[in-house]
Write a protein that binds this ligand. Structure first.
Ligand code: ADP
Length: 348
């Protein structure tokens, strides 16, 4: 039995506070056109801080990040609030969605050649290393503030990959039972080196798996003088989804075809779930939510329509050559915008 759950179950209702109804924060990020390839004319134009135009059609989100937005800009937009939400006790998640080659991995981790660099301070570093660095800095800051009152934090992490509807623990691919482990930074580097990537005819850097990096933060506060004690627990999920393009475009056969089907299945289940959640948020009508239909949606259950704050970075390639996939990503992003999550501080 989970001791935290037991504690929360026995609480009087009014001792859980900090409830917040919050929509999904949707950011569209355009990557710069590639220098090594002719990708055609620019197709997407940023028209204001939160809108873009494509083929004369305007889409509005929470923010639009242009081709020149830096990794720091994205961190400030998405990462800083994520860490603050987690410190306040809310479960908080970021998903990166988009077609292969649109910049999901760049956004979540950084450029491929910096991923395994133990020095995580470069300008190019993506959201995950920055979020962890900020999280530890904030934890230290809070502990210093409360030194006399015994505020203690504990952080644990897990790093999972979903590939072909199988879950692998990237921290130890040979181990069958999944566990949460400590020592986040070294875990992160080790997990990344175990990540599966395959080459498709669309893009050699294509990633065909979903990865879910989770950090659980627990704090215990005890003041002997005031006779106060509390326990808070919240988690951060950083999710890098597989490419959203229709897999039949890649000319796959055999094992690759089966794999393509499974990637399609979990992403189409995610799309399906988002449609249902958006409908529930808009109409207030209850419906069965099929979380169990894929590994991805089951694992992310809490982040989707559940007890969590959610940000979605939808990555697009801004040029003509990616037109249909870009439209498809923007429509997905619009549907995600309609979801309302209910976040609650887990505090005893
Ligand atoms: P995905 O994970 O969506 O398949 P990547 O993150 O691997 O795509 O990006 C594809 C290529 O474009 C990589 O070489 C990456 O470094 C580059 N790239 C993506 N986004 C940006 C950006 N905002 N600025 C500079 N380079 C980028």
């Amino acid at each position: 039995p989970n001791p935290l759950k037991r504690k929360l179950d026995t609480l009087p209702e009014n001792s859980v506070h900090g409830t917040s109804d919050s929509g999904v924060q949707v950011i569209v990020r355009m990557r710069p056109p590639r220098k090594d390839k002719d990708e055609g004319e620019m197709l997407v134009q940023k028209t204001s801080s939160d809108s873009l135009s494509i083929n004369g059609q305007t889409f509005t989100f929470d923010s639009v990040a242009d081709t020149d937005a830096s990794q720091l800009d994205i961190f400030q937009l998405v990462g800083v609030p994520l860490v603050e939400n987690c410190m306040a006790g809310f479960n908080s998640s970021v998903f990166a969605y988009g077609q292969t080659g649109s910049g999901k991995t760049y956004t979540m981790w950084g450029p491929a050649n910096a991923l395994l660099d133990e020095n995580l301070s470069s300008d190019q570093q993506g959201l995950t290393p920055r979020v962890l660095e900020r999280l530890f800095a904030r934890i230290n800051e809070e502990q210093m503030k409360h030194a006399d009152k015994q505020l203690k934090y504990q952080c644990q992490c897990s790093f999972l990959e979903i590939y072909n509807e199988q879950i692998t623990d990237l921290l130890d691919p040979n181990q069958k039972s999944l566990q949460i482990r400590e020592d986040v930074k070294s875990a992160l580097i080790k997990g990344l080196s175990n990540r599966r990537t395959g080459s498709t005819s669309i893009n050699a850097e294509s990633s065909r798996s979903h990865t879910v990096f989770t950090c659980v933060v627990e704090s215990r506060y005890k003041s002997v003088a005031d006779g106060i004690s509390s326990f808070k627990s919240s988690r951060i999920n950083l999710v890098d989804l597989a490419g959203s393009e229709r897999q039949k475009l890649t000319g796959a056969a055999g094992e690759r075809l089966k794999e393509a089907g499974n990637i399609n299945r979990s992403l189409s289940q995610l799309g399906n779930l988002i449609n249902i959640l958006a409908e529930i948020s808009q109409t207030g009508k209850q419906r069965h939510i099929p979380y169990r239909d894929s590994r991805l949606t089951f694992l992310l259950q809490e982040s989707l329509g559940g007890n969590a704050k959610l940000a979605m970075v939808c990555a697009v390639s801004p040029t003509q050559s990616c037109k249909s996939e870009t439209f498809s990503t923007l429509r997905f992003a619009q549907r995600a915008k309609a979801i309302k999550n209910k976040a609650v501080v887990n505090e005893v």
